[in-house]
Design a protein around this ligand. Structure first.
Ligand code: SF4
Length: 298
């Protein structure tokens, strides 16, 4: 987790703890993964704070001090109705054997996706083929139960040929890890596979040219859940949908796959007020996946 992402995360945790009323929290009931992340974050931030040249470390010191005080005051057990309202998360290590992150019954092999990538890596079906540096097919587990779909590659992704590797990508990775999943266990891709110049939205024509590639990826991966990030994938897969702020977190479906839209991490970096809602979405679908997908598949 890089430093800005860590700060965003800690700020979010502070807000969350404040809203829950720390004085009544039973620390035993805090989500284990989140607690571990906060503690890891404290260690990391302490290292950063030891560097006096970084102004940002002073702000971190205040945040960390406050967070420590809040955590220290959280040892009082709360009323039962409050405790049950806290989402229960499994520890990353302990659940890994209980929750298969891949669908072993799926017949898709990494080769199938690799073949698809090979087939389209020189694609010139739309003008973005002329301006891209690298084709960004997608990355992750070919049998992933969780498929994230963003809008299109940015500058970092265009340079590296991999999706979600910039600052927004690191925030996405952190959020995936907080719900107890390793990023390599999910699959991440975009609506269009080549970068729109200047980070503009892809045009409807570009999307129409590229969507067949995405559809084949979805069919091959056959995930338990698709999570769309931002408005562009939402409106591409659910035509006529209201905007993301109105429908985020709601269960929808794309063809035969359950779909839940949430904010794009780049939007979260610019609009911190939306972080709470995004965490809510991640916790919700993370809990549903951990519980065996029954809620998702019903
Ligand atoms: S964006 Fe899609 S359709 Fe357009 S050139 Fe790239 S791969 Fe081909």
């Amino acid at each position: 987790m890089d430093y800005p992402t860590l700060m965003l995360y800690l700020e979010n945790q502070l807000d969350w703890l404040k809203k829950k009323g720390c004085g009544h929290l039973n620390i035993e009931k805090l989500p284990q993964v989140e607690l571990k992340r906060v503690i890891q974050g404290l260690k990391t931030a302490n290292l950063c704070a030891a560097r006096p040249s970084e102004q940002v470390s002073q702000a971190a010191g205040v945040q960390i001090k406050e967070l420590r005080m809040q955590l220290a005051s959280s040892s009082v057990s709360g009323p039962p109705e409050f405790e049950t309202a806290i989402p229960q998360f499994l520890d990353t290590e302990s659940h890994s054997s209980e929750w298969p992150l891949t669908d072993s019954a799926s017949e898709v092999s990494a080769d199938s996706l690799a073949d698809l990538e090979k087939k389209y890596c020189t694609c010139q079906r739309c003008p973005l083929g002329d301006t891209r540096k690298k084709f960004v097919f997608g990355s992750g587990n070919s049998k992933a139960r969780l498929l994230f779909i963003g809008e299109g590659p940015g500058a970092d992704e265009d340079a590296q040929g991999l999706p979600f590797v910039g600052r927004a990508g690191r925030l996405l990775t952190s959020m995936i890890e907080v719900i107890g999943i390793d990023r390599p266990d999910v699959y991440v891709t975009n609506i269009v596979k080549c970068r729109p110049p200047g980070n503009r939205n892809p045009t409807p024509e570009e999307i129409a040219c590229c969507q067949p590639i995405l559809d084949q990826q979805v069919s091959l991966i056959n995930p338990d859940l698709i999570v769309t990030l931002g408005n562009v994938p939402l409106k591409t897969l659910i035509p006529g949908s209201p905007g993301i702020t109105k429908v985020r977190g709601q269960r929808m479906s794309y063809q035969r796959w359950p779909l839940i839209p949430t904010f794009h991490p780049a939007y979260l970096l610019r609009n911190r007020n939306a972080l709470d809602q995004a965490w809510e979405d991640f916790r919700s679908f993370g809990a549903q996946l951990h519980s065996g997908s029954e809620a998702l598949l019903s």
